[in-house]
Write a new protein. Structure first.
Length: 341
């Protein structure tokens, strides 16, 4: 049996090849891919700027699919189920893996970057990486569970956010979902700071208050919304020096900063403030299964708005168009979805 697979042979160039569908082993499942989301890390690969990806590479890690075959030992999903797939490939032997922290695996590989991604008509994967989605959830929303799991993990890194004041720097898809997640998990007030007028409008459609960082002073806006005690937790969701420095410079003494944005360059930050102001500076990387489960739960409860984030839909055979849209429309292309059928 053959399937169509999208292979990025070099930065900016995708070829479609017919390749064999792998055989399903006893512990594996075969899924028919339905939707794939394009994320910022995919764009880095398309531009040849991802430090840990070589070519050729098959992308695709934000996905939804339908189970079409199961191995003899599989019990967690069945034929016909809607699923999403955790894209981490881990060693299972290092300290993080043996202590329930496999998202921090010392040998971590991610499908679509260091190992084969899911941009093909079918995909065969270990069943323990699949999570069943509710039958009533659309495949589009199913493909959004992965970025939502990123947000859930980030919010959990800050501990219990119930009744806390939350500032999110960056209103892109991840920043937006971090803000929505914090609100859904009981935060007293949530605020997004963003330069893009369009992304500010999207945040407001999602029920999040905003600061127009292009025209408003950030510190004044935080005090106006939260009072003189400012934010309890700040999430940096962009990955650039100016915003991590804003977070450190404007944080209340003794508060928490969670770094969610992926930094392409070294950041020059005021570690004196981190020490003297006794700030908790935390990183957040990917997710674990419990984050997926919580993400699905939040969607089921109607607490997350996805539709405002999905701005473009592209057919599988027009894969390169997805990247062109993001490059050309920038802030207006929030989440581009690849339609597989």
């Amino acid at each position: 049996m053959q399937m169509l697979q999208a292979i990025m042979v070099e930065p900016g160039k995708i070829e479609f090849n017919n390749v064999p569908v792998p055989e399903v082993k006893s512990h594996q499942i075969k899924v028919k891919m339905k939707r794939i989301g394009v994320c910022g890390s995919d764009i880095h690969v398309n531009h040849g700027k991802h430090p840990y990806t070589s070519y050729p590479v098959v992308q695709g890690h934000e996905v939804s699919a339908e189970v079409v075959e199961v191995g003899s030992e599989v019990t967690n999903v069945k034929i016909g189920d809607k699923v999403t797939i955790q894209p981490q490939v881990v060693c299972g032997e290092c300290y993080p893996c043996t202590h329930g922290l496999y998202n921090d695996c010392e040998e971590l590989k991610v499908m679509g970057f260091q190992t084969t991604g899911m941009a093909s008509e079918y995909f065969v994967v270990d069943a323990n990486k699949a999570l069943a989605l509710p039958a009533e959830m659309s495949f589009e929303h199913g493909a959004m569970i992965e970025p939502l799991a990123v947000a859930v993990h980030a919010v959990r890194r800050a501990g219990d956010v119930k009744d806390k004041k939350i500032l999110v720097l960056g209103g892109g898809p991840i920043g937006n979902l971090v803000a929505q997640t914090a609100k859904a998990m009981g935060a007293e007030a949530v605020l997004i700071s963003e330069l893009s007028t369009y992304r500010l409008e999207v945040a407001e459609k999602c029920g999040i208050k905003t600061i127009d960082a292009k025209n408003e002073d950030l510190l004044e806006g935080v005090i106006a919304n939260f009072g003189k005690d400012r934010a309890d937790v700040i999430f940096e969701c962009i990955g650039i020096s100016p915003t991590i420095n804003q977070a450190i410079n404007y944080a209340r003494k003794g508060s928490t900063i969670v770094v969610v944005g992926v930094f392409a360059d070294l950041a020059n930050i005021n570690m004196g403030f981190v020490q003297d102001h006794e700030l908790s500076l935390l990183g957040s990387a990917m997710y674990r299964e419990e984050d997926y489960i919580k993400a699905i739960e939040l969607v089921n409860e109607g607490l997350i708005e996805f539709e405002a984030l999905i701005t473009h839909r592209v057919k599988f055979t027009d894969y390169t168009k997805a990247y062109a849209l993001i490059d050309e429309q920038k802030d207006y292309a929030m989440k581009v979805i690849i339609e597989m059928d």
